[in-house]
Ligand binder design. Sequence first.
Ligand code: M6R
Length: 608
Amino acid sequence: MCGIVGFVGKREASPILVEGLSKLEYRGYDSAGVAIIEEGDIKISKCKGRLAMLEEKLKEAPLSGAIGIGHTRWATHGEPSDLNSHPHANECGSITVVHNGIIENYLHLREWLSSKGYKFFSETDTEVIPNLVDYYYKGDLVEAVMKAVTKMEGSYAIGVITKNEPDKVVAVRKDSPLIVGLGEGEYFIASDIPAVLNHTRDIYLLNDKEFVVLTKDGVQILSEEGEEIKKEIYHVTWNADAAEKGGYEDFMLKEIHEQPKAIKDTMSSRIIPGQPISLDKINITKEELNGIDRIYIVACGTAYHAGIVGKYVIEKLAKIPVEVDIASEFRYREPIINERTLIIVISQSGETADTLAVLRESKKKDCRVIAVTNVVGSSISREADDVLYTWAGPEIAVASTKAYVTQLIAMYIIGLHFAEIKETMSKADMELIKEEMLKLPEKAEETLSHKETLQKFASKTYMHKDMFFLGRGIDYAVAMEGSLKLKEISYVHSEAYAGGELKHGPIALIEKGTIVITTLTQGFLFDKMVSNIKEVVTRGAKVMAIAFEGNNVIEKIVDSAIYIPKTLDILSPILSVIPQQLLAYYMAKQKGCDVDKPRNLAKSVTVE
Ligand code: M6R
């Protein structure tokens, strides 16, 4: 996720672009840059770091001109660096682009353009765009951009300028947001409305594959066939704060709703039906994998819970024994690890002190370390031998939601990749999992529709001091995450138990009115879970059950049932966690808690 802006008018573009970017920093902040048309030439200023660094740079070497584009980056392809920062240009600097999204076929395009003599300098996917536009440029920027996008697969919102037509900005979007701001003799493009609200409240909301041409005389919107489109003006009546949250009350709720996209992005270009899993930065050979006799997944908090799901997945698919451990425990318990042990560390931030310490200790003991992280260029990503990035975009709320589901996707991708290398699965079974995974974004979207039931359940139960989460197998792993979400944002004490463990102690706590959240998605464990539910219902518990659609039989025994779309049992965590996140959210809201910044917690725990 990145933020883009563009401006055409009579005023100085540079401060307007920077101010717009400051409203988009929530979309990414590892580097920033602007390109301005200055006396018929394009001048670029960009650097790694927060926007403030760019502002300093511009103070020292100001750029002057009334047309420009700008970018604030959340790295996906290529670490945060001056070179990888946007804007990106073709070799001679005549065409310059800012981009938000992922060009999935960039490697193919890069190869093709290289064969035609084009040169590349950064590690980004974006750099193919100015070169593609250059390839098609025959004196008409709009036409060249239109031709270039026919070759681009993936998601994009782009702003393009050329010194050959120094009066315009051309922009287009597909699966990444883009709006147009309509001022008095000045026009804007931006990834989100807050970036233009200081200048105008009149907006065009663009649809996919609509092309925009901004000049100081006005805005033209064209279809991909080149026909002019008339759009209605949307007048913004709300304030900028609300808009940064995309109209949601809190970042957490916004991030819960971003999960379908985060899941899709993390699978993008890695899972393609009929093709082997493609992993950019994991290079493990068959020989190396055969030399591994055990995997340890080590992490903290939510990432640790993703690791527990990872154990089920990797053992089932790739038939390699997996242990999961909490980083702060692992690092002090002298684990027996050596060159035959593969360590997988999971960390959203890539900076968690205990997880980083495990990585370093493991490397000292000759283990190969794979990192699963959301932050390109983080310490963990730099020090690991191999990296699998989750492309969740910046997670602002302290309680992790979209990072968790993308960490789960990473576990499936690693499991499938290892299964392919070790040939532990039939091709048909492998393809079935891939096909079902590709349906998950849509099913996650459907799962978000249970808000009303969850809100109602929360409003009746939020005063309770204790709750239980029950599940068996992989459902138990997700129950742990559901329980953590509830604890951290609503301050309600809760425990997750494996269904079969109940009668070994915890059932003593069940009494009239105790709240129990159960998940039953594993077909072969369904009846056993039903028995566990009956055990707590008999003792007076109030039960909410999460199950696949079609299992209506449970309605007869529980107080509230949430049905999630059917998928393969092994993939259920991606969907079953969503109602648990929403329940925690609504409980916290009922109690008036600050869900984005829960007490005593920090987003990134960089100390022991
Ligand atoms: O950045 P990391 O994934 O390494 O962070 C690990 C935990 O601190 C984190 O998951 C924490 O448990 C969250 N607050 C959970 O919502």
